[in-house]
Design a protein around this ligand. Sequence first.
Ligand code: SDX
Length: 424
Amino acid sequence: MTDKTARLMVEGLAADVELPIYASAVGPDVIDVTSLTKNGYFTYDPGFMSTAACESKITFIDGGKGVLLHRGYPIDQLAEHSDFLETSYLLLKGELPNAEQKKTFVQAVKDHSEVAPSVANLIQTFAKDAHPMAVLCSAVAALAAVYHSEIDITNDNDRDITAYRLIGQMPTLAAMTYKHLQGEDFVAPNAALEYAENYLNMTFGKTGESKVNPVLAKAMDRIFLLHADHEQNASTSTVRLSGSSGTNPFAAIAAGISTLWGPAHGGANEAVLAMLEEIGSVDNIDTYVEKAKDKADPFRLMGFGHRVYKNFDPRAKVMKQTCDEVLAELGLENDPLLAMAKKLEKIALEDEYFIKKKLYPNVDFYSGIIMKAIGIPPEMFTVIFATGRAVGWYAHWDEMVSEPYKIGRPRQLYTGYTQRDYPA
Ligand code: SDX
């Protein structure tokens, strides 16, 4: 709370409406508008452009400065010095783990990474041309069938075990989805491998052998880390709203997966690859940039722009560096897709339209090129995004249910028919 208030003068109201202002630790303070309803008004904010839907201590973004902090730590420092599971612990618990805490957490995730046979069977019922995000969404929802009666969401220990199960099983489910759609046998989690190494082994390995390129494993871990959380984005807001009804946490996470799938959100990484392949050559880039600028043309440059970042997405910078590392390791520095991406980025960053609208490359712009180089097919890219983001979704759900909360129930501006009688 601050000692500041906002005073709203509305014609027709007998008195101004005093609205309390709450102070943030950093970033915008907020105006509490809850008392507006009793004065006969709602706020109106389609797309939630100016709405703080909750209080949170997990992630802070400054879109103007291109800043992303996880529990206060800048994303570029975490990408350089931390790893995905350590950052996951930080998101969940609020502090970096000491050596013993990290060891225990890593082991707990490993101990809960096996997928129940019923869920494995469900994955195998899907047609081979099913989109992996549909398979993943169903599989995570099915975890609510496996783990339901034993979860008391008010119990800290139950919530910890649910976190281990989610974080442990997401890469297993992702790999099983890939293997099934490829018509190959599943490869079980291998407790001797680190998290991202284990994912790559379950995806590209064969049972009984595990040789993963350490440069690719590190790149995969960084991709999970860079996608881990991002404040109140559409899919995280979905998880919070779904979870606010008290539903099974796996069901709420499945709702988040559904939202992430869209090309305006997590589906953009797959869309970036499709766009680059549609552009086809560096020579066609100018034509497509003009299409992107033409309001009459629905074409947009996938991987560019962001609701919050009106400066470079700090994750994109790290992703670009990782992209260079992976392509160098694989001898693909002259990859034509990379050449097109770099040319597109250069043009867009110099073009008046993109400069004026503050459209910069976002996290999805380079991630697809890295994943394609590693051998992951484009339709699996958002599955990888969801695997990283699952811990962020869970951290926000856990933060919400750990405190008193109310079911989310927005109102509307109604412009339909007023009451009329059924024709006699
Ligand atoms: C993610 O919220 C998060 O944090 C998301 C995310 C996360 O980690 O969870 O960061 C992950 O979703 C990243 C964004 C991935 N999506 C894409 O790359 C798809 C392409 N980008 C656009 O669809 C768009 O930029 C959005 C959806 C990302 C943001 O859209 P907004 O905030 O609603 O902005 P807008 O659509 O109102 O655009 C503002 C203007 C418009 O022009 P005018 O109407 O003002 O003339 O900018 C233009 C848009 O036409 N514009 C683009 C553009 N993005 C916006 N023009 C061309 N190409 C683009 N990519």
